[in-house]
Design a protein around this ligand. Structure first.
Ligand SMILES: [Zn+2]
Length: 566
């Protein structure tokens, strides 16, 4: 990377203003290099209604990132090469094209809409995902999350817009502004990319890939692939070099991230909280049992640092669920995080700056199953992490379904149905804690609380808080790890307060104000600061999540609207 410029350039989210009306976006993007620009400070709380100016990529920053093949920009923009007609990732190993032949796009879908084909060398389909925050638009981030969860199959854009509480025309406009493509094009590109991933990285028969990637029929799948790649699926598979041999029901994927990624930090966090029987951390790998759509299996994740990727081995009998499983793993390991922006903000706090420097790339661990995570958070109220883990293990072996998996995987985590009437006192829970868990389970069984398709996290969290025994700490912790809210912050957490030698949640919230919208990442660093590393003081490590009693917390923090990233 050239020494004379910094990534701050990219982070200020350089925005160009065009007088042209929105539908012309494509032609603007194709117009190529332009140097005049204005800088607009990022305002994450800006209402999403303003479409006065069109946001697009800054040509100079893209150009520098392209020439240096900087992996930190992977997935943040795409490069179309006029002449060859392909679009690439910023890290493409192919010889660098001349600037005048290059067009920059904010998303793969935008490049596809402009008529470019995905490069077969750098494989744009294996990019890290779009950063979850996307500048100023929460609506677009939420829409993308919903598209990830269930695609656009049922009801299309109209229904998606309705769920988000905006008009469909407005949603289209927002998509074009932030991603350079319509919601439909984004969904379609994702489907195609996933199909390509399955062709390259698995041995699934084409017919199953067609179904798993949502094409409906093999004929449509063949046509779709041929149109985009100018090759048949079989020809593409011949080109792919499959290194690992895979057995039936086993799929090996490589999921990329933008470096840095602090794998050890992720692993330490998950290891301390691994529910016995359900999750295992062994060596540098994480393994767990999973159940979805009535089928059961497990997956294993380990790092492939040399390639800025995680190796994911999935053992699952139903290939139709693969897309869903892969997306959930991506979220769980926070692979779409935009480190450049995060570090820029966290550096402003001296306490965090040193830690960020020493341990770059710490991510916020998500979860496989939000219900499980919430139960786990309830178990963790006022006890040590170690104590909560032991309770979770006993609960699982008493109420979870048994599962014959590899080393250490013996159970599935109990489902809401298993827990709604469970006699939890038998595994050592206090009466109040047991009742909270049963109440949560019943609310999920009755559909009063739905973890899937959460559109408005504030509303979701306030409903969660209606359950007796669930307070702000639990809600913020759930927001952080189950909803992937980058600004969630359990400000009453004792470990966080200790790391900064503060005594009240209110003080901490004031101090944390400049860390928005990345307070969840700040929390990860503060927990790490409060946790002496490796052996020396294991006790302190395990105690770091012990919290101020939920009941004792005064109402001052009971205002999720103010706390959450709006
Ligand atoms: Zn390429």
């Amino acid at each position: 990377m050239p020494a004379d410029w910094t990534f701050a350039d990219f982070d200020t989210l350089t925005v160009r203003r065009f007088r042209t009306s929105l539908p012309c976006c494509k032609s603007i993007l194709e117009r190529g290099p332009k140097t005049s620009r204005i800088r607009v400070p990022v305002n994450y709380h800006e209402p999403t209604g303003k479409v006065a100016e069109l946001m697009t990529l800054d040509w100079q920053v893209c150009s520098r990132a392209r020439l240096s093949r900087d992996p930190r920009f992977d997935g943040k923009f795409y490069i179309g090469v006029v002449g060859s007609g392909v679009y690439c990732r910023p890290i493409c190993p192919a010889p660098t094209a001349k600037e005048k032949n290059v067009r920059y796009f904010p998303s793969a879908a935008a490049a596809a809409e402009a008529g470019f084909r995905p490069c077969l060398r750098c494989r744009p389909e294996s990019c890290p995902g779009t950063p979850a925050w996307l500048g100023t638009s929460n609506t677009v981030s939420r829409a993308l999350r919903l598209i990830d969860e269930s695609g656009l199959e049922d009801g299309g854009v109209e229904l998606l817009a309705e769920r988000l509480g905006v008009g469909s025309r407005h949603l289209r406009r927002l998509f074009v502004r932030h991603l350079g493509a319509t919601p439909m094009a984004v969904a379609q590109t994702r489907r195609l990319h996933f199909a390509k991933k399955l062709i390259d990285e698995t041995r699934l028969p084409m017919q199953q890939i067609a179904i798993a990637s949502g094409f409906g029929s093999v004929r449509r799948f063949n046509a779709g692939i041929h149109k985009i790649y100018h090759r048949t699926p079989t020809q593409i598979r011949k080109l792919a070099r499959q290194t690992a041999t895979q057995t039936d029901n086993q799929y090996l994927f490589r999921l990329h991230f933008r470096p840095p990624y602090h794998w050890q930090g992720m692993l330490d966090f998950l290891a301390a909280r691994a529910t016995p029987g359900v999750e295992v951390v062994e060596g540098s790998a994480y393994r767990r049992t999973i159940a979805t759509n009535g089928f059961e299996g497990y997956f294993e994740v380990s790092p492939d640092q040399s390639r800025d990727a995680l190796l994911v081995r999935i053992d699952f009998p139903e290939p139709r669920s693969l897309f869903h499983i892969v997306e959930r793993i991506r979220a769980m390991f926070d692979l779409n995080a935009d480190w450049t922006s995060i570090v820029q903000t966290l550096r402003s706090e001296p306490v965090l700056a040193a830690s960020v420097q020493a341990d770059p790339g710490l991510r916020v661990p998500g979860c496989w199953n939000p219900f499980e995570l919430t139960v786990r958070a309830i178990l963790g109220q006022q006890v040590t992490v170690k104590g909560a883990t032991a309770l979770a293990g006993r609960m699982t072996s008493a109420f979870g379904k048994s599962f014959a998996g590899p080393k250490g995987l013996t159970h599935l985590f109990p489902s809401p149905g298993n827990l709604s009437d469970a006699k939890l006192a038998s595994v050592g829970l206090t009466g109040a804690r047991a009742e909270t868990i049963r109440a949560l389970a019943r609310a999920v069984v009755r559909g009063k609380i739905k973890f899937e398709g959460v559109v408005d996290s504030e509303e979701f969290l306030s409903r969660l808080c209606e359950i007796p025994g669930i307070g702000q700490w639990t809600a913020q912790y759930v927001a952080m790890r189950a909803l992937g809210e980058p600004d969630a912050f359990p400000s009453s957490d004792l470990g966080l307060l200790r790391a900064l030698s503060l005594t009240s949640a209110r003080e901490l919230e004031r101090r944390a104000e400049p860390w928005r919208p990345w307070r969840a990442y700040a929390a990860m660093y503060l927990w790490r600061i409060g946790a002496p590393q490796k052996g020396a003081a294991k006790r302190a490590f395990h105690e770091r999540e012990k919290i101020v009693s939920e009941e004792e917390l005064p109402s001052r923090t009971a205002n999720p609207g103010r706390i959450m990233c709006g």
